[in-house]
Design a protein around this ligand. Structure first.
Ligand code: HPA
Length: 242
């Protein structure tokens, strides 16, 4: 198994794959249950990040177990999806963004496999956090199926699970953030520590707090996601074919 999809909010359905199997992989951080299936002659793992019925909030996802399990079954390439709010008026609800940088504003998550002791200490270089080769495949796939995507964007990761205050959003915009979400850190970092090629398709579900005229709801996020899941699935499957 060389490819994994980590599905974010709204991307829970492994049925885009054929011959689906249930897998259970033990890791030092707990057991990970996920599905695998076939597409275009390849075995593909599928993990819905929040659980299959969105029962795991962003701050309680077992990021290390998920990435460890993917590594253990031989995954080399991960395509992740994330629902995001937008701080950038050019990135509108419904748009796809292939993020290329992140700002880390998480507070209470372990962000490394290296905690001293036997595992040792490591200082990961994240000059290029997201894998250029998967990003290129996704850009080509988007062209092929006629979906327009933003090819750059800075993702601000907050701890959640609450949405942000308008003051926080103003600060993030001043710091250069384009999008805000709650899950990409530490996922991208751990995938990189595990020496996997990892890229994220962010899907804008709303304008962020204070930019949006009305208060945010998870329902709004889900609604926009649902309207666009067909495109996100098509994009991922076309990328796997390439
Ligand atoms: N903020 C944080 N996470 C999100 C948002 C948001 O506005 N929309 C979707 N995920």
């Amino acid at each position: 198994m060389k490819i994994a999809i980590i599905g974010g909010t709204g991307v829970y359905d492994p049925k885009i794959l054929n011959n689906i199997k249930d897998l259970e992989i033990a890791t030092p951080y707990g057991v990970v249950r996920f599905k695998s299936g076939e597409y275009a002659g390849q075995e593909v793992a599928f993990i819905p990040r929040h659980g299959s019925n969105h029962s795991i909030p962003p701050h309680l996802i077992n990021y290390r177990a998920n990435i460890w399990a993917m590594k253990k079954v031989g995954v080399q390439n991960i395509i992740a999806t994330t629902a995001v709010g937008s701080l950038n008026l050019d990135m509108k609800p419904g748009d796809f963004v292939l993020i290329d940088q992140f700002l880390d504003f998480i507070k209470n998550r372990t962000t490394s496999f290296y905690e001293g002791g036997e595992r040792g200490v490591a200082h990961l270089d994240v000059t290029t956090p997201y894998c250029p080769s998967i990003r290129n495949v996704l850009m080509d796939a988007a062209k092929q199926i006629g979906i327009s995507i933003h090819t750059q964007g800075t993702y601000v990761c907050t701890e959640g699970p609450r949405f942000e205050t308008p003051a926080e959003i103003k600060m993030f915009a001043k710091l250069g953030g384009d999008l805000v979400g709650m899950t990409n850190v530490p996922e991208v970092i751990l995938a990189r520590e595990a020496e996997m090629c990892y890229a994220t398709i962010s899907m804008v579900t709303n304008f962020a707090a204070g930019i949006s005229p009305q208060p945010l709801t998870h329902h709004e996020v889900l609604e926009t996601m649902q309207a666009n899941t067909e495109n996100i699935k098509k994009l991922i499957l076309t990328a796997i074919e390439r």
